[in-house]
Write a protein that binds this ligand. Structure first.
Ligand code: CTP
Length: 399
């Protein structure tokens, strides 16, 4: 099957002698049925013309962030949302530096910064520029941010030197993107469920018991799953976080609501229980606001353990059940205990006594405890990078 048919590709061309190769890329992708919109940076126009590109892509070429005409027809946000994938070919040392510092002073960098799509960077530059420590550092940073690189290759350069820095050939770029689309459609058959955030266990109409969970790790996991093609449902306790359109978000407040929403959303292929569900609820919630008195006792009772219930259920249990463990000590012992007692396939554990990670932080460091093999550690990274790595492991497991 042709993986490119009707795929929406946003191609960003930066200034470099290899920009001519992008014309060949457009021609070939068009032939395979892809829809291509193109952004040219200012310096790219020194190497290829908007006219040659629009003739090949049969689409308008975008080049000016502040063009009134462009912004009314398709603004910088819509351009990224429109695309299935973004390719930047060639990307120069300058644009790499801009992206690594989060700068957005033209349409190309603004679209990339605002993007929620997978982005492939195809560098082309002189060998010394590629090997310069500042470029190297920027590339490491971009890889950490989740950008994918194609090339560069080793060979003779337009400037007469030899080394690493040559832009990959259009055929190679096409192969990589084809693989990306193939994997994406393979994952499309998978359904995922994620629980996230805290719960509110009400005492009276205005008071509740809760915890410090921000939901950030769960939301990041849902985003990574959805980005990779999974049909994703996120069941979230109260948070102020937002989600992308293609995630099915179910907002709940209490553990009981989370339990019902989870049952109604199953079965799925994978379920990740990252929510910090209140272990107890108030036995009798007062209908009226409780007034101050000299003595006040709260009687609590246990909430259903959602993870435990689902992982032991005959028909609702997903193929892969992943629980979370937030611990302050004895991480390995407690995690293995939860793995067995809660009948999980994996437990993802983090040390919440470390202030730099865990609750409300944008960073995390986790250990994954498996039922059938040795545990693994994912070292200090942003929660979105951690999620991407976990989702890669999930994909490998399901395939
Ligand atoms: N969990 C759940 N439903 C509950 C309680 C917990 O689904 N009512 C899930 C969490 O989403 C998480 C895992 O169980 O995946 C955490 O296990 P838990 O035993 O609740 O951890 P702690 O609350 O940290 O337990 P303890 O306080 O005993 O360490």
């Amino acid at each position: 099957m042709n993986s490119f048919l009707n795929k929406k590709i946003l191609l960003i061309i930066c200034g470099g002698i290899s920009a001519y190769k992008s014309l060949e890329l457009i021609r070939s992708l068009k032939k395979k049925g892809a829809l291509i919109k193109t952004i040219l940076t200012k310096s790219a126009k020194e190497f290829v013309t908007p006219l040659s590109i629009s003739s090949l892509s049969q689409e308008k070429v975008y080049d000016d962030l502040f063009s009134l005409e462009n912004e009314t027809e398709m603004d910088h946000i819509s351009l990224s949302r429109w695309s299935d994938v973004i390719i930047v070919a060639p990307i120069t040392a300058n644009t790499i530096a801009k992206l690594s510092s989060g700068s957005s002073d033209d349409l190309a960098s603004t679209v990339i910064l605002a993007s929620n799509k997978d982005i492939f960077l195809v560098p082309a530059m002189n060998v010394r520029m590629w090997e310069h420590p500042s470029t190297k550092e920027n590339v490491i940073k971009l890889k950490k941010y989740g950008f994918n690189f194609i090339g560069p290759e080793i060979g003779d350069m337009a400037c007469g030197e030899f080394g690493e820095g040559k832009m990959s050939e259009p055929r190679k770029i096409e192969e990589k993107i084809e693989m990306y689309f193939k994997n994406f459609s393979k994952n499309k058959k998978f359904k995922a469920l994620v629980t996230a955030g805290p719960t509110h266990e009400y005492i009276d109409p205005v008071r509740f018991i809760s915890n410090k969970s921000s939901g950030k790790q769960g939301y990041a996991l849902a985003k990574s799953l959805s980005k990779k093609g999974f049909e994703t449902t996120l069941i979230s306790g109260p948070t102020s976080l937002k989600v992308e359109n293609d995630i099915n978000l179910i907002r709940v407040e209490t553990a009981e609501e989370m339990f019902h929403a989870t049952q109604n959303s199953l079965p799925t292929d994978v379920a990740i229980f990252s929510a910090a569900v209140g272990d107890y609820k108030v036995r009798e919630i007062s209908k009226e606001k409780i007034k101050k008195e000299s003595k006040f006792n709260l009687e609590l009772e246990k909430n259903v353990d959602i993870l435990n219930y689902i992982s032991n259920h005959n028909s609702l249990r997903p193929k892969l059940v992943i629980g979370f463990a937030a611990e302050t000590n004895n991480l390995e012992n407690y995690s293995n205990k939860k793995l067995n007692e809660k009948n999980c396939d994996w437990i993802i554990a983090n040390d919440v006594s470390n202030k730099k990670i865990g609750f409300n932080s944008d960073f995390n460091e986790v250990s994954i405890f498996y039922k059938n093999h040795k545990n693994e550690k994912i070292s200090f990274k942003s929660k979105s990078e951690i999620s991407d790595e976990i989702v890669e492991k999930i994909i490998n497991h399901l395939n």
